[in-house]
Design a protein around this ligand. Structure first.
Ligand code: ADP
Length: 487
């Protein structure tokens, strides 16, 4: 393996800022690549909540956005033992805010998200130029850094520092494309012709940041093999970009995300009261008691406890849950939900809390420690997604012996094996059709099997023994980087 210079550019990364799975991936993949010997710089915005990092007074850059020019202050975080550093791009106007993408006052996207991420994309390149650090690979993630391949192949094409770099673009969720009205195009600062009908940036008269990355990147990846196929197959999955993706099929690869077992493992998890391992699940039972106690719910050890941790969004199957909630509550089970998002779902679950106080407890907030306790304390993890690029919680659940109940889509299909009554093989419960009926019958099936203690232990143990560690996934990225760099 040849060691490469890799710039990993992302709008969020654990432990600095997180709204979803992208932050988990960005927190661990670049570090794992550095452990393999690559030289890695993680580049992200310095949001208000990030307190780490030292301002490097020698490093500031100026980037155009439309007709204006904006200064970026660079903060550095060095990690002692690894060839790894974090570069945070600060600009008070764009990033000194409480939230990452959504305006807390309106619940909608900040109205200047176009300018914020034009600036960030431009700055992420300028900082490397300023450092004179020549990347072999620039790995961009999601729409917030999707302009980078276009900038790299145009403005910086012959640049002595950046000109030789190859761009890789990863789709973590195709539902977020960075679409803006036509007038935003001129702020990007590229040739008008790229916005001609059917051009790289044009999408039904609008500007589409993500679409441009599909044109300009040297390679495109997404976060599971099944999702890579799905997004090329139908408009439901491809969200209007299925044709563009099909045109580039030879350059689209699915690489399954890994799970970070240094933080998500019941043997060592610092955020749960009782540790446990496959050979002895008594600690798991104690966690269930702790969780029920915290939720103020009656202890019913023989009833399955369903857990769910999720953005409250249609993607995650909440329209199905709303439909079946009363029927689900008629079954002998309990259900604890942790999530934030869509206001309508907040309202619905508040009502359900009052209606079923002994059986249902919603926590409508973001709470990482509670997420760990739910993974450790629940018996069954619910993830009935309409689509799921990869999904992390089902992988965490497997490791915690919390049997996942999922729909067969994307990364869920690639990680959970349906339990087979005849052979007693399988790691979870998988249903096909995106319908309330199919979800309800999977819940009933799981609740039934839960009563057979020995069979249940076998399923949980099979799940705990699965290995979705990052080592494998990072090795696949590393191979891909080498192949793309050598082209
Ligand atoms: P997505 O990125 O689509 O939201 P993933 O399953 O890939 O879904 O990742 C979600 C991540 O965010 C997981 O680490 C999950 O535990 C975490 N998460 C989601 N909602 C919450 C919440 N309300 N509180 C704590 N963690 C949450």
């Amino acid at each position: 393996m040849r060691n490469l210079n890799i710039a990993f550019i992302t709008p969020e990364a654990v432990p600095y800022a997180k709204t979803g799975g992208l932050a988990d991936v960005s927190g661990i993949l670049p570090r794992t690549l550095a452990m393999m010997g690559h030289n890695v710089k993680l580049i992200m915005p310095k949001y208000r909540r990030i307190k780490e990092g030292r301002l490097d007074p020698e490093l500031s850059i100026v980037c155009p956005v439309g007709k204006g020019e904006f200064r970026g202050e660079i903060y550095r975080i060095k990690e002692n033992k690894l060839p790894f550093e974090v570069l945070l791009i600060g600009n008070n106007r764009f990033f000194d805010r409480d939230s990452l993408y959504l305006d807390p006052e309106t619940g909608l996207d900040y109205t200047d998200n176009d300018e914020r991420f034009i600036f960030f994309s431009r700055a992420a390149l300028e900082v490397q130029k300023r450092l004179g650090w020549k990347p072999d690979i620039i790995h961009c993630n999601d729409w917030q850094s999707a302009l980078i391949p276009a900038y790299l192949k145009t403005i910086f094409k012959d640049d002595p520092v950046l000109g030789g770099a190859k761009a890789i673009f990863t789709i973590h969720n195709l539902a977020f494309q960075g679409q803006f009205p036509a007038e935003v195009y001129e702020k990007i600062g590229l040739a008008e012709s790229f916005f001609n009908p059917t051009g790289p940036f044009e999408y039904w008269g609008k500007v589409n940041f993500l679409k441009s990355a599909l044109y300009f990147a040297d390679h495109i990846t997404t976060v599971s093999p099944t999702y890579a196929k799905e997004i090329q197959s139908t408009s439901d999955y491809g969200m209007g970009l299925e044709g563009v993706l099909r045109d580039r099929a030879a350059k689209v690869t699915g690489i399954l995300n890994g799970a970070d077992y240094t933080t998500w493992s019941p043997r060592i998890d610092k955020l749960i009261p009782h540790h446990y391992f496959p050979a002895n699940l008594s600690g798991k039972k104690s966690n269930k008691l702790a969780l029920l106690h915290r939720a103020g719910m009656p202890v019913r050890v023989d009833s399955p406890l369903f857990g769910m941790i999720s953005r409250l969004d249609n993607q995650k199957g909440f329209d199905l849950i709303v439909e079946i909630m009363d029927k689900m509550m008629a079954i002998d089970l309990q259900f604890i939900l942790l999530g934030t998002g869509d206001k309508e779902y907040h309202g619905f679950f508040e009502k359900m809390r009052e209606k079923y106080p002994d059986k249902f407890k919603p926590y409508l907030e973001f709470d990482n420690a509670l997420a760990h306790l739910i993974e450790a304390g629940a018996d069954i993890f619910l993830m009935p997604s309409r689509y799921e690029p990869c999904g992390l919680n089902q992988m965490y659940s497997l490791r915690y012996g919390t049997v996942p109940l999922v729909r067969r889509t994307g990364g869920l299909a690639d990680t959970v094996e349906d339990f087979d009554e005849a052979t007693h093989k399988g790691t979870g419960f998988v249903f096909e059709e995106y319908t309330p009926k199919a979800l309800l019958s999977a819940i009933m099936r799981a609740a039934e099997v839960f009563r057979k203690k020995r069979v249940w232990y076998k399923i949980a143990k099979a799940g705990m023994e699965q290995d979705f560690s990052w080592t494998k996934s990072a090795a696949r990225y590393s191979e891909l980087y080498q192949a793309v760099a050598d082209k």
